[in-house]
Design a protein around this ligand. Structure first.
Ligand SMILES: *Cc1c(COP(=O)(O)O)cnc(C)c1O
Length: 413
């Protein structure tokens, strides 16, 4: 073996795959199978003992393949590769981002518990926290980037907090939350009987530009539908973290049965091979688009992490936590809903669609689309107004993207 440390992007084509187990195929085949044959009954018994945690792994032993709800090579290899980006012990891939998130919340919360959550969160997450979990006697307590440690602790004072749930940068305004501060909140609320965990939805930064586990998070989650999949052709999710917590997540996944299938696993492995080049190009394009928008007279304000004033607190968090300004750019257009819709309806290259992180650029209107379920009061507080437009920048030539934005802005008014 060589001793060189290879970067994750160098390992995405091969890591965890053994060609000799698949007729020498250079690529991992799609293991489109529900179940796996045991060589002997004794082998089947041993595989189950390990899978159900009845005994510890012997040195060098690999978990045997049993049944595709428990494991499948396309998921297992994908999970090992995803671990490389975040520096995680283990990963579990799900059939959607929402199934990853809801499984984590259901595993770590019980009736009578509370969770602290950053505001705003993804619409589906907001719905699960505020409409589904209360039916199980679980309370969500929101906090914003303006809240200090003391203010957050005050909000949590009378509650039995079990989780601090953070989405940073926040969608659609790119507001940043300080993960170190979230860790402090969790530690102060923990005691001998109760460990409070920090879980981070890192979808907005992909696995490339922010590594929450290195900033005190216990679990990191993704909608793999976004940057990880990256081609707007699949729905999937992922959870990563330390072994002990991941064992709990994986076990609940086995019994909810919401793992991704082999075909999705295979597509995601294919996507991971180009993750770094895609995301790097997207970020480069986003910087050009954001600069153009900032100089345009019909644009009131641009929400882009590469434009944060250096003396701001948000910039300090940016420097500490992120390695890139990302590829999500939002802006306030002069006017209101009418002007925003005129702009959106005249785009020729951008697609008018929700979702993000894909190879093609997308544009949407958060107030009436992704965030229409957020209360009016919260929308006003969070700056999600009728003039706000959210762009997800893709891999097209940046000059074409700017041309498209320019011509659509000309049609406004
Ligand atoms: C899209 C998204 C989700 C939900 O993921 P799905 O794959 O659509 O289920 C969760 N969080 C964030 C930040 C998202 O953008």
């Amino acid at each position: 073996m060589n001793s060189r440390y290879f970067h994750p992007e160098s390992l995405m084509m091969s890591y965890g795959y053994k060609p000799e187990l698949s007729e020498g195929a250079v690529k991992c085949p799609i293991f489109q199978t529900s179940t796996f044959v045991f060589k002997t009954a004794q082998e089947g018994k041993e595989f189950f003992e390990l899978a159900y945690g009845k005994r510890e792994k012997s040195p060098g032993e690999e978990p045997g393949l049993i049944y595709s709800r428990l494991n499948n090579p396309d998921l297992q290899i994908l999970e090992e590769r995803l671990c490389l980006w975040d520096g995680a012990d283990e990963c579990a891939v799900f059939e959607s981002g929402m199934s990853a998130i809801s499984t984590v919340l259901l595993e770590f919360l019980r009736p009578g518990d509370a969770l602290l959550y950053s505001m705003p969160v993804y619409g589906g997450t907001d719905h699960f926290i505020n409409k589904v979990l209360p039916q199980y006697g679980i309370t969500g307590i929101g906090f914003t980037p303006d809240d200090t440690l003391e203010q957050i602790l005050l909000k949590a004072e009378k509650a039995k907090v079990k989780l601090v749930y953070v989405e940073t940068p926040a969608n659609p305004t790119n507001a940043l939350f300080d993960l170190e501060l979230c860790r402090k909140v969790a530690d102060q609320l923990s005691n001998a009987e109760n460990s409070v965990y920090v879980v981070v939805d890192n979808t907005y930064m992909g696995p490339l530009w922010q590594h929450p586990l290195k900033h005190g998070a216990d679990l990191v989650m993704y909608s793999a539908t976004k940057y990880i999949g990256g081609h707007s052709d699949l729905i999937a999710g992922a959870v990563l973290g330390k072994k002990d917590l991941m064992k709990r997540v994986r076990t609940l996944r086995t019994f909810l049965g919401n793992m991704a299938g082999p075909w999705t696993g295979w597509l995601l492995m294919r996507s991971l091979e180009t993750l770094k080049v895609r995301m790097t190009q997207q970020a480069e394009n986003a910087a050009k688009v954001a600069d153009f928008l900032a100089a345009h007279p019909k644009v009131e304000k641009v929400y882009y992490l590469g434009h944060l004033p250096e003396n701001s607190e948000q910039y300090q968090i940016f420097k500490k936590q992120l390695s890139c300004a990302g590829a999500m750019v939002s802006f306030d257009i002069q006017g209101g809903e009418k002007e925003a819709f005129q702009f959106l309806d005249h785009l020729k290259l951008f697609h008018l669609a929700v979702s993000l992180g894909s190879t093609e650029s997308l544009a949407e209107h958060p107030a009436t689309m992704t965030h229409s379920d957020v209360s009016d009061l919260d929308r006003a507080k969070l700056g999600i107004s009728e003039k706000l437009i959210r762009l997800s920048i893709g891999v097209e030539h940046y000059e074409d993207l700017i041309w498209d934005i320019q011509q659509a802005l000309e049609k406004v008014g």
